[in-house]
Design a protein around this ligand. Structure first.
Ligand code: TA6
Length: 283
């Protein structure tokens, strides 16, 4: 973690090489190691200037997934500094929890004139990482948003990594002008520029062969109907300043979100969105 300034990060240390690192810029989980094995991808060209969104880990998308007429792509949550509201605390079973928050301020209201609070709870267990995002409407009127956890997994060879659980789902293919199609594969392998939004996915998705390649992750999601699978591949990667041109081979984004339909929250209402990512031996 030499690339981050110590005042910018919060570490959850389970012991025995199991640890997570959260960067306060975006409350971005930038590393999760299970017994020394890194599960998340973070680009060696990622920029930690507390301005640009971090290229890797788990950036939080809110209040807009994708291009946004009111502000930056994927909204502002990933480029604001979050507050640490509860420092990492270990419970009697060893699980470690830290809590972060982001409230509206002058800058967010300039883009999106709503009063809100986001509360992000990161909990590290022995074999899993539980991430819970609570969105609270503190405004006098209702608001709409989309949200997503933009998880980058690391892999030794993306062509051997697969996503299981998407069969028969409808998806929007963003590299085919948003064409609506149906997935017919039980295990989705990625071999090209790939950017698909799968709708109404089951609440359990498996990503096989991540980390060292000997590991799979099981993602259990709540209130996130959709799953985005993304890899820019070689040509598109060359146009990204904060992504090494060969790194497309070693990453796959599998992102749980509520993006196909807007979420509406009335004044005083709140909603929680979560994923639990667990590690197990690969299939
Ligand atoms: O979730 C996939 C996606 O929306 C892609 O379209 C892709 O551009 C990616 O996110 C990364 O976006 P970023 O703004 O971080 O460069």
């Amino acid at each position: 973690s030499e690339q981050y300034a110590t005042e910018d990060i919060v570490e959850l240390d389970y012991g025995n090489g199991t640890a997570a690192v959260v960067h306060l810029h975006g409350a971005t989980v930038v590393s999760w190691k299970f017994q020394g094995e890194e599960i998340l991808f973070c680009s060696k060209k990622a920029i930690f200037d507390n301005k640009k969104a971090i290229r890797g880990g788990i950036p939080l998308v809110f209040p807009q997934f994708g291009p946004w007429s009111l502000g930056p792509q994927h909204g502002f949550a990933r480029i604001r500094r979050w507050k640490l509201v509860s420092t990492p605390m270990q419970d009697s079973r060893g699980n470690i929890t830290a809590v972060f928050s982001l409230e509206d301020d002058k800058r967010t209201r300039e883009l999106w004139d709503k009063k809100f609070e986001l509360v992000y709870t990161v909990c590290l267990w022995k074999t899993s990482l539980e991430l819970n995002l609570k969105v609270l409407n503190r405004d006098e009127s209702s608001f709409e948003f989309t949200t997503l956890m933009h998880t980058y997994f690391t892999t030794p060879d993306v062509t051997k990594t697969s996503v299981i659980g998407l069969k028969d789902l409808q998806f929007i293919d963003k590299v085919q002008d948003g064409a609506l199609m149906t997935e017919n594969r039980g295990a989705v392998f990625v071999n090209e520029n790939y950017d698909r939004v799968y709708q109404n996915a089951p609440n359990e998705i498996v990503v096989n062969k991540v980390g060292t390649g000997k590991t799979k992750v099981i993602i259990k999601k709540t209130n996130f109907p959709d799953v985005v699978v993304w890899n820019p591949w070689e040509e598109k990667a060359q146009g990204m300043a904060d992504f090494d041109e060969k790194e497309y081979k070693t990453m796959l984004c599998v992102e749980v979100g509520s993006v196909f339909n807007q979420v509406t929250l009335g004044p005083g209402e709140q909603k929680e969105f979560s994923q639990i990512i667990s590690v197990a031996p690969a299939e």
